[in-house]
Ligand binder design. Structure first.
Ligand code: GCU
Length: 853
């Protein structure tokens, strides 16, 4: 059997599996490549059914098969692939005259041509063509090239099968310390990536396993590269700089030691023997406990270059991360500032990096917050290659339990004009290599990296709407000028169908979702205000303060915000002069980033002419309501999308509606307490229709303090330690009518407490605390991460009706010492992990689809 034949067999086996997947129930595995039959296919009635593929390479064959499969499925006609033919045909071919990675679609005398400068480009052309059909757009002659060479997805997968900051189940690449035997999902993932033009995938955590480069592991990684290859996706690896010592047995990893350079060279040669199209390395060094060149008094460039020299003869690259900072900063030092670290650490190396080193820079100088300033490192490095790191994994933006369409944020970043050299220089121009070109005028090696962190759950990212982020990343990396409306429109049509109500509803929901999330979480550039010391999911406001991590916002009695002007940390001066001047001045900075740059009093007047604190209250009320409105908006699509994905999405929107209220109340109450300024509209702390659990009539329940206080209504909740259950009773004061009744409770990772809601002794609903909150990490406390809500809709009440909640804790002894096996949780000490049916409050509001506000 020839090698090529073996490859083709693997490729076709994978494809057959994919088609059978999309034919069965809609579990989301097909993502946007559903190829659902079109109800109106007039536009494509004359499309010939014979596909002639001139390219028999694995990628050429994958392209032809994809086209056959997609068109057959969408148009209901039988398309066939052959190697030759005349008459009415679709021709797939390579055209060496086209620029790199370019495809061209054109109608010729002899049929329709999809040409690519390479087989991978041909594949991009096929996916684009299929996208036009799926979204019912006319086929037009067009030629397209990507804006930048590097378009990678990074996965933070650990070899034990967990995924750092992954919210969709275990790794698709690893289990039990090894690469998985069955890499079917890895191949399907590469297909998904290729469909939006992503050409590289780094499969292991940037916090790399120290044995990543062992001989055995490399042989296993070659199997991953093999399933990626038909899709034109190249494998990359994260490596730890201590590898020469840990794997190679040397007595040093000093990048300037010749032994170390020789080791890297021979290791890289070994990799290319196994993986001839290996893309390169990603490096996290001198950051968050990772060792690095500083141990030997060396610079980032010394480390990056030793790897780069080894990779260069093979065409590989080093993506050296700009995320280098000291996580033991001195809180008492008013000049200390984590945001400064990128520029402080890298600018002195500018111009000294090898030509195949790319500095991979997170979009903001802190860490993927709901909003932060754009990193000044993009404009400060004038003689180095740069790539932008964006995070599709919603680490700080709701962890794929909240809908947040991140391309809105990314576009804002990419369009930000950094005024480098006093000229218009939006970030997108810098990261596509045009602002500071090579000496010969050609664009610098540059690009886009998405930290994606897909998992083994059928739909890859848990929230069906989160797939729009991966899709949007690919589109912006291909062309950062792609309009957001085009991204949401096409993704929605491909993922959910072409029905106008479906398209209109979903595109509008996605379009506003970043603003809504930002609106009920961290305001005015303060950062997300989540618990930064672990889970990054729910509110945990002061976790950011008084520690060495430097995500401070300096909330004091006199005011709030980090002074990053020249009176403070001086960070603003890291930008080009025009921008520095803007950020030195609070009024010019703009309200979105005000507290990122300035320490201002709580009654500071914003551009919306409200005081800061009143604006925070109002925004949080409006945004939590906007999140709650997703439920009725989505419900209107009930019969217009498939039942499974409808139900899954509805449940997530119901969760988001409840958790948005937890966020709103935590932040508003915290601001009211610290500022001493009451909400002018009297809402904060006086919620209509709410009865605290601790103020109800309790049987068996014990009152507990919740920490931090702002994450429970009134700072308290109740716990039940009675195995047979506890009850909480209250009397409705409402006029006779129908109402929604919401129960706010805490749902821990372990344990399944059971609840029953009764009105006048009659059971109206039961529910179980069977979720795992926060999504990927174990939190044993009732707090902002575990706070959630159940709503019973349209319940008949009369004044004096007795509302009872009966709760049965989960006290199974076998749960006592159970912990999730995530590496990330290893620091947790064994404790009592039973779930004591915690309840925070009950709220009664108007009937309808919106949970009581
Ligand atoms: C964040 C994230 C870490 C990750 C780090 C990184 O801090 O919480 O899990 O390791 O970013 O990007 O390296």
């Amino acid at each position: 059997m020839t090698k090529q034949f073996v490859r083709k067999t693997i490729c076709f086996a994978a494809l057959t599996f994919c088609s059978s997947l999309s034919a069965i129930a809609e579990d989301g595995a097909a993502a946007w490549l559903r190829y659902a039959p079109l109800t109106d296919s007039k536009l494509y009635a004359t499309l010939p059914t014979r596909i002639v593929s001139m390219d028999n390479s694995p990628t050429g064959s994958a392209a032809a098969e994809e086209l056959r499969r997609g068109l057959t499925s969408m148009l209901g006609r039988n398309f066939v692939v052959s190697n030759a033919g005349t008459g009415a045909i679709i021709v797939l071919s390579s055209n060496a005259l086209l620029p790199r990675e370019t495809y061209r679609i054109r109608r010729g005398m002899d049929g329709l041509h999809i040409e690519g400068s390479s087989a991978a480009a041909e594949l991009y052309g096929v996916f684009h063509f299929l996208e036009r059909v799926a979204s019912q757009k006319p086929i037009v002659n067009e030629t397209q090239s990507p804006a930048a060479q590097i378009r990678w997805s990074d996965e933070w997968d650990n070899m034990d099968g967990t995924v750092e900051r992954g919210y969709a189940g275990p790794s698709i690449f690893f289990e039990n310390g090894h690469v998985k035997q069955d890499l079917t999902r890895a191949g399907e993932y590469a297909r998904l990536l290729a469909s939006v033009g992503i050409n590289g995938c780094n499969v292991n955590n940037v916090n790399a396993n120290l044995q990543t480069l062992s001989e055995q592991n490399l042989r296993d990684f070659a199997r991953v590269a093999e399933v990626f290859r038909p899709w034109g996706v190249k494998l990359a690896l994260s490596v730890d700089l201590t590898s020469p010592q840990v794997v190679g047995g040397l007595d040093t990893f000093d990048p300037l030691d010749p032994k170390v350079a020789a080791w890297w060279q021979s290791k890289v040669d070994e990799i290319y023997k196994l993986i001839p199209d290996f893309a390169g390395f990603t490096v996290k060094a001198d950051s968050e406990g990772r060792k690095g060149p500083s141990q030997y008094g060396r610079m980032p460039a010394d480390a990056a270059n030793v790897l780069a020299r080894a990779l260069k003869p093979h065409g590989g690259v080093v993506l050296y991360r700009g995320f280098v900072y000291n996580n033991h900063l001195d809180w008492n030092d008013k000049k200390a500032d984590r945001a400064r670290a990128g520029v402080d650490n890298f600018v002195k190396n500018d111009g000294t990096f090898e030509s195949n080193v790319v500095i991979q820079i997170k979009e903001g100088p802190i860490d993927f917050q709901a909003r932060e300033a754009v990193s000044p490192l993009f404009s400060a490095l004038k003689k180095s290659n740069v790539a932008i790191e964006l995070q599709t994994a919603q680490e700080y933006t709701g962890q794929q339990r909240h809908m947040v369409f991140l391309p809105s944020m990314w576009k804002w970043v990419l369009d930000t004009d950094l005024r480098a050299n006093g000229k218009t220089t939006p970030v997108k121009q810098i990261v596509t290599g045009h602002t500071f070109p090579n000496a010969d005028g050609s664009p610098r090696l540059s690009g886009f990296v998405s930290v994606t962190n897909v998992g083994s759950e059928a739909n890859w990212l848990h929230h069906p709407m989160a797939l729009a982020n991966l899709y949007g990343f690919g589109k912006l990396a291909w062309n950062p000028d792609t309009p957001l409306s085009q991204i949401t429109d096409t993704w929605t049509r491909m993922t959910w169908g072409n029905d106008p109500l479906v398209v209109g509803t979903i595109t509008s929901m996605l379009g506003k979702s970043w603003g809504v999330y930002e609106g009920y979480t961290g305001p005015n550039g303060m950062g997300t205000l989540t618990n930064i010391l672990g889970y990054h999911f729910g509110p945990g406001i002061e976790s950011a303060e008084r520690n060495g991590w430097g995500q401070w916002f300096r909330g004091e009695k006199d005011g709030i915000g980090m002074d990053r002007t020249s009176h403070g940390t001086g960070y603003a001066q890291q930008y080009a002069p025009e921008l520095a001047a803007k950020y030195e001045n609070p009024a010019a900075t703009g309200d979105d980033l005000l507290l990122f740059f300035h320490h201002v009093p709580y009654d500071y007047k914003l551009h919306n002419s409200k005081t800061l604190v009143q604006s925070i209250y109002d925004t949080h009320y409006a945004s939590a309501l906007a999140a709650a409105e997703y439920v009725p908006q989505w419900s209107a699509l009930k019969d217009k999308v498939d039942a499974d994905r409808y139900a899954q999405t509805l449940k997530l929107f119901q969760f988001q509606a409840g958790h948005a209220l937890v966020w709103r109340d935590a932040i508003n109450n915290w601001f009211q307490r610290i500022s001493g300024i009451a909400d002018a509209l009297g809402r904060v702390g006086h919620d209509k229709g709410r009865v605290e659990a601790e103020a109800s009539q309790l049987t068996g329940f014990e009152i507990i303090d919740v920490n931090p206080w702002e994450t429970a209504s009134g700072g308290k909740a109740v716990n039940c330690h009675v195995a047979t259950g506890c009850t909480l009773t209250m009397t409705a004061q409402q006029a006779a009518g129908h109402y929604n009744i919401a129960v706010n409770y805490h749902d821990m990772w372990n344990g399944v407490s059971k609840y029953e809601l009764l009105v006048d002794g009659k059971s109206i609903a039961t529910f179980a605390a069977d979720d795992k909150l926060p999504p990927a990490q174990f939190d044993p406390n009732p707090d902002g991460q575990t706070a959630t809500r159940f709503t019973a809709y349209n319940v008949a009440l009369h004044p004096g009706a007795v509302i009872t909640l009966h709760a049965v804790p989960d006290m199974r002894p076998e749960l006592q010492n159970v912990m999730p096996s995530a590496e990330a949780n290893s620091q947790l000490r064994a404790r009592d992990y039973r779930e004591f049916a915690p309840v925070d409050y009950i709220a009664i509001g108007p009937a309808g689809l919106i949970t009581p506000q």
